[in-house]
Design a protein around this ligand. Structure first.
Ligand code: LIP
Length: 260
């Protein structure tokens, strides 16, 4: 009950945060946002949404830990919230629709619950370990596509990944005969694997805040996921591969990313 109560509270807070992000949304094309580094964008909304969520969660659960993409770890606790205020910032800054507010809950090193709200798409994903994964309240499940020539696989990219490494994995995906995609929002791509809209997602270096809310979704939806947290994801950027269980082994082998 304590976790279910927290998920419900998180859903409401993220809903309000997503509205705040919508109210600050730039028009199509710009204006130009600031850069943290080449192709790593930062908008005023990132800071405003993170501060909003931090404040609301602290008021509700003062003993819980809190970690955010923009503010780092501001409180510790065995239960801790991990927020990405805007995942898909480059899309958001251009006025595109594919971005979300992502809030995950960890119990120690275990991801236990998550909310991903994509207000420009009208979609909210929720998951609680042991209780299923949902899109707008309806249960979701990973796809059953086993034939790579019918599969759609997304790969995420950031400036943290050298071009040859990215191209090598992308090449392997296309060699399998799968349809490659790159949508610019890691959390929503992982949610797409959970809902069966994608058959797999790979990113060579991704951070905990991008995946914390998606991990419980993927687990509850029956997807296979590489050991991101064990591979360094708790303390820094690490590789993730998530896929439907029918194609996971073949994909993992093709791109040389171990699943176990
Ligand atoms: C980004 C993701 C992007 C992923 C990058 C990065 P941000 O997050 O949306 O899809 O490839 O690794 O983490 O900066 O928009 O929160």
């Amino acid at each position: 009950p304590a976790l279910a109560y927290r998920l419900e509270a998180a859903r409401a807070v993220v809903h309000d945060a997503a509205r705040l992000a919508m109210s600050m949304r730039p028009p199509p094309g710009g204006p130009q946002a600031a850069l943290k580094s080449a192709q790593d964008w930062l908008t005023e909304t990132d800071g405003a949404v993170e501060a909003f969520i931090a404040q609301r969660m602290q008021a509700l659960f003062p003993d819980d830990g809190f970690m955010g993409e923009e503010g780092g770890t501001t409180r510790s606790g065995s239960l801790r919230w991990v927020v990405d205020p805007i995942d898909g910032t480059s899309n958001y800054a251009r006025g595109r629709c594919r971005w979300c507010v992502s809030l995950g809950l960890m119990d120690g090193d275990e991801p236990v619950a998550g909310v991903i709200d994509a207000p420009a798409l009208g979609e909210v994903y929720t998951a609680l370990r042991g209780h299923g994964a949902f899109l707008n309240g309806r249960p979701i499940q990973a796809s059953s596509v086993a034939d790579p020539t019918r599969a759609m696989i997304e790969m995420g990219w950031s400036g943290r990944v050298p071009k040859p490494v990215f191209m090598d994995k992308m090449d392997a995906i296309m060699e399998l005969g799968a349809m490659p995609r790159s949508g610019g929002c890691g959390a929503l791509a992982l949610a797409d694997v959970a809902s069966g809209r994608l058959d797999g997602y790979i990113e060579i270096v991704i951070n905990l805040w991008d995946v914390a809310a998606a991990l419980p979704l993927l687990m509850e939806a029956g997807a296979r996921v590489s050991p991101f947290l064990r591979d360094g994801g708790l303390t820094g950027g690490a590789t993730i591969l998530a896929a439907n269980p029918h194609i996971a082994d073949q994909l993992a082998q093709a791109v040389a990313i171990p699943l176990e």
